[in-house]
Design a protein around this ligand. Structure first.
Ligand SMILES: O=C(O)C(=O)C[C@]1(C(=O)O)C=C[C@@H](O)C=C1
Length: 93
């Protein structure tokens, strides 16, 4: 397959732009995944501390704050993203 086929572009110039931008996206996605893994580890510390102290894993009022933070920054899809992040960090409830 040529670069044009792979990118869906119709000119070599556009294929070059797309290929370069896709490399940047792949690098950004690697960083995002790393940040999510870091967030999961920090969240686990909080949950452990709360459970060890006799509390519950989940704290719904804090989750509302997290959801609001993402919604304010990213709009409605931000809420869905935050819900997915919370599920990654504390499992399904
Ligand atoms: O902030 C907390 O109290 C957490 O436990 C962290 C966290 C989160 O990952 O943001 C995870 C579970 C709770 O239900 C609320 C928030």
């Amino acid at each position: 397959m040529t670069a044009i086929d792979v990118t869906g572009a119709h000119t070599p110039e556009a294929a070059g732009v797309i290929t370069g931008a896709r490399e940047r996206i792949d690098a950004l996605d690697d960083r995002i995944i790393g940040l999510i893994q870091e967030r999961t580890a920090v969240s686990a510390v909080i949950q452990e501390a709360r459970i060890t102290s006799g509390g519950r894993r989940v704290n719904l009022s804090r989750e509302m704050e997290v959801l609001g933070h993402y919604r304010d920054a990213l709009g409605r899809p931000g809420t869905a993203l935050a819900m997915t992040l919370l599920e990654l960090c504390r499992g399904r409830i």
